[in-house]
Design a protein around this ligand. Structure first.
Ligand SMILES: *[C@@H]1O[C@H](CO)[C@@H](O)[C@H](O)[C@H]1NC(C)=O
Ligand SMILES: *[C@@H]1O[C@H](CO)[C@@H](O)[C@H](O)[C@H]1NC(C)=O
Length: 316
């Protein structure tokens, strides 16, 4: 597919496993060789490599990678290894663990994934973490933020392209009555509409809102809500409109100012590489007049940099 920056390789998983084993041997691993292989294999191939490695060397390659690699490179490679659904489950498990709570990451993952992706990752979360995702959200999130996360996770959402204009107008009116027209805000209405309506429908509501009352939903959300609840609604809206643009912005923010937020940088690059990185790169360049590759290059170093740039693919 043209959207992938990582294309299937012609090398057999068995040969890859042998080369990785060689790269691990001796004092210190050959990080360049490890990156040269793993950053250029898609999810299916990485799974086969894992199997082959286990069969040939009776060892879990993830454990080996974790003992051979260090620091941010280790974090990034270990996050890269699983397939997208398992990876999302891992991110949520880590971000919901006492001591490592990162509700921004939880919001990003839950509010940006499709309904189908959420259903799959929920099952994987349960089978690999031994607890229910809903249960962990209830424990760690609160208030309207908790309500919107649970609604997104629990209610399958229609994802077709058609739009019922009349219903969009009704929703726009309901949001107006629950927000701008009212003293205070009726958050329930926001939770319901933003968690249940399809992307196409949300875009239609936005247009109707503008036609009927002036102003955009984005402005309304910013005016009527705050904190993580605001963040969740904005993420849903922006991902309905243009997910690549949303992630370009998250990446930009992670590299803005003094220091880099590597947790976010790694998470977004690794999770989007197999989904829409080509589009994110285009949006990034359009908005910030700089290529994403150049930005990442100037904010990172060493083998960690090599790995992230390998995932990003060509700089153009
Ligand atoms: C980095 O980003 C995460 C969101 O994933 C956020 O929770 C955290 O506070 C940020 N860290 C810093 C140092 O800004
Ligand atoms: C975009 O970047 C180029 C080169 O880095 C620079 O010459 C140009 O003035 C920039 N344009 C804007 C609109 O910032």
């Amino acid at each position: 597919m043209a959207t992938l920056t990582v294309l299937p390789s012609a090398v057999s998983p068995r040969e890859d496993a042998i080369q990785l084993y060689k790269a691990f041997k001796g004092f210190g691993s050959d990080d360049v060789a490890v990156i040269g292989i793993l950053a250029h294999r898609d999810a299916t191939q990485r799974a086969y490599i894992q199997q082959e490695y286990k069969t040939m060397y009776s060892e879990d390659i993830l454990k080996r990678l974790s003992s051979e690699l260090r620091g941010k490179l280790e974090t990034a490679v270990l996050l890269w290894m699983p397939d997208p659904a398992q990876r999302d489950a891992n991110i949520l498990r880590d971000s919901l663990s006492p001591g490592f709570i990162d509700l921004e990451a939880v919001t990003e993952v839950i509010c940006s994934r499709t309904s189908l992706q959420l259903q799959t990752l929920k099952q994987i979360y349960h089978s690999t973490c031994g607890t229910y995702l809903e249960h962990d959200i209830e424990l760690q999130a609160s208030g309207d933020h908790q309500k919107i996360l649970l609604a997104c996770v629990n209610k399958p959402r229609y994802e077709g392209p058609e739009v019922d204009r009349e219903m969009a107008a009704k929703d726009a009116k309901a949001l107006y009555k629950a927000g701008e027209k009212k003293l205070g805000t009726d958050e329930k209405v926001f939770v319901k509409i933003f968690s249940e309506r399809s992307n196409a429908h949300l875009i239609a509501i936005n247009t109707c809102y503008h036609d009927m009352y002036g102003g955009s939903l984005k402005k309304v959300i910013k005016k009527e809500t705050s904190g993580l609840f605001e963040r969740a609604l904005l993420t849903i809206l922006q991902c309905a409109e243009n997910p690549a643009k949303y992630f370009a912005k998250v990446l930009y923010k992670s590299m803005q100012g003094l220091g880099t937020n590597d947790t976010t940088l790694i998470r977004v690059i690794v999770t989007r590489t197999e989904i829409d990185m080509q589009y994110i790169k285009v949006e990034y360049h359009k908005k910030y007049n700089k290529s994403l590759n150049d930005a990442v290059h100037s904010e990172t170093s060493g083998h960690y940099r090599t790995f992230l740039l390998s995932l990003l693919g060509p700089n153009h």
